[in-house]
Design a protein around this ligand. Structure first.
Ligand code: SF4
Length: 441
């Protein structure tokens, strides 16, 4: 990026940035623009307002010079220099940004590029008075929202359960396929590992479980944790002097087990760039999750006995009670000890492990239908804002875990495949004509 002299001294503030995003999302600036290189830029869909780390709007669609709309993210900054100031050019989370929008430009030519040196199309917005808008929904209501709003609660519930059953069967089939190749135990272990990595680190956790299969880790539980940390790349360097005394003791023990295997496993180490560490709550740091995975491996037989018995109450109690001599009290290798013991696997994570892995593994659909949902994650909130925006009973419907699962399936099958701002989405017509046999992309 070439840095020129700016024609205005602008300091970006959080409220200024939020206001700009809110005005953009409200459509105040329109949807047709001229890019800084003279391109014709058409915003086909404004996307989802991302309140977590990463670009400001995800799942947007933008057409450049009349070409087919490209799905990706949009970053909005008060000042063109914010792209570099905020480190977006080095952050892989910004790799799929298709448009950088800003208000204040500089006299020289500044480019927005991604970590792989791809140039991002830029649009400069006109200056305008502040409106005081700083909030708003995560996403716009979709074309299907009025159709679904006109349905009775039993019809909507039937549609959601229909989609949830499809989702459940797909998960069960995926587990079965992995089981046929690697064995049932490995299939469940891989699924649970991916669940520990949800939402941002499912791929590195999957790789970790594939590179260190359960049958290998079960040979020596003392060694298992060291291998997991060694292959993950999270093991601190051999010079442990900077660590707190109790962390040093734990890290030294891990190193003693890792040394003899280091050469054999070095080539299998997960690339550091695959781990997503931005925007994670400390308790959800992947290092802690790896510590929890090592505890699961250590107690695998007990867990499998409970799963085989379909005893979900005891299974939940068992997972809630899992502890680890180091990770129950630490967020990372470099943090101070926590003031109070931390759950090794939190209640929300346990619910997700049940819904996404354990129940499909046993094919226990009836349990899923009877489950209450503890909360709603960002994705289900976004899906609700798009599909169920105008229903007064949304909260009640989504208190059922199966209904949440159905909503997520509809969102994935229709919204995530759409780049026409709902215009070409077949779901509203399907929802009008039938409550069964939905087919998305
Ligand atoms: S893309 Fe389809 S399913 Fe999603 S909000 Fe639009 S009309 Fe509804």
């Amino acid at each position: 990026m070439g840095m020129g002299a700016c024609n205005r001294g602008v300091t970006s503030t959080l409220s200024g940035e939020l206001e700009l995003q809110a005005r953009w999302f409200a459509g105040e600036f329109g949807r047709e623009f001229e890019g800084t290189n003279g391109e014709t830029v058409n915003i086909v869909q404004f996307g989802i307002w991302n309140r977590a780390a990463g670009p400001d709007f995800v799942e947007a669609a933008v057409s450049i010079n009349g070409a087919a709309a490209k799905r990706g993210a949009i970053e909005i900054d008060p000042d063109i220099r914010d792209w570099e100031r905020h480190g977006h050019s080095q952050n892989p989370d910004y790799e799929n940004v298709v448009l950088h929008v800003f208000q204040h430009n500089c006299a020289g030519r500044l480019f927005s590029r991604t970590a792989s040196h791809r140039l991002v199309v830029q649009v400069q917005l006109p200056m305008g008075a502040n409106t005081g808008i700083v909030g708003g929904p995560l996403a716009r209501a979709g074309r299907c929202a009025p159709v679904l709003a006109a349905r009775s609660v039993s019809e909507i519930r039937a549609t959601l359960l229909d989609a949830a059953l499809l989702r459940f069967r797909r998960k069960a089939a995926a587990l079965r396929r992995t089981g046929e190749v690697h064995g049932e135990n490995e299939a469940l272990y891989q699924a649970l590992a991916m669940g520990m990595g949800y939402p941002n680190n499912t791929l590195p956790f999957r790789l970790l479980a594939q590179r260190l299969p359960l049958h290998r880790l079960s040979q020596d539980p003392e060694e298992a944790e060291a291998l997991l940390f060694g292959v993950s790349g999270f093991l601190p360097t051999p010079n442990l002097a900077a660590l707190s005394p109790e962390t040093r003791v734990h890290a030294r023990k891990l190193w003693q087990h890792w040394w003899p295997h280091r050469d054999a496993y070095q080539a299998l180490q997960i690339p550091a760039a695959l781990w997503r560490l931005h925007g994670q709550r400390p308790a959800n740091h992947p290092a802690r999750r790896i510590g929890a995975l090592s505890a699961l491996v250590r107690h695998w037989r007990a867990l499998r006995r409970l799963v085989a018995m379909n005893d979900w109450k005891r299974c939940t109690t068992f997972l809630c009670g899992l502890a680890h001599p180091f990770w129950t009290n630490h967020y990372t290798f470099h943090s101070q000890a926590a003031a109070r013991p931390l759950a090794l696997i939190g209640e929300e994570r346990i619910e997700e492990l049940l819904v996404n892995s354990l129940l499909p593994f046993n094919g226990d659909w009836d349990k899923l239908v009877s489950m209450r949902a503890r909360g709603r994650n960002r994705r289900s909130k976004t899906a609700a804002a798009r599909l169920l925006a105008t229903r007064p009973d949304t909260k009640k419907l989504l208190a059922e875990a199966a209904c949440q699962q159905g909503l997520l399936q509809l969102y994935e099958d229709f919204c995530r495949c759409d780049s026409s701002d709902c215009a070409g989405c077949p779901f509203p017509e399907q929802a009008l004509s039938t409550v069964t046999g939905l087919s998305g992309c």
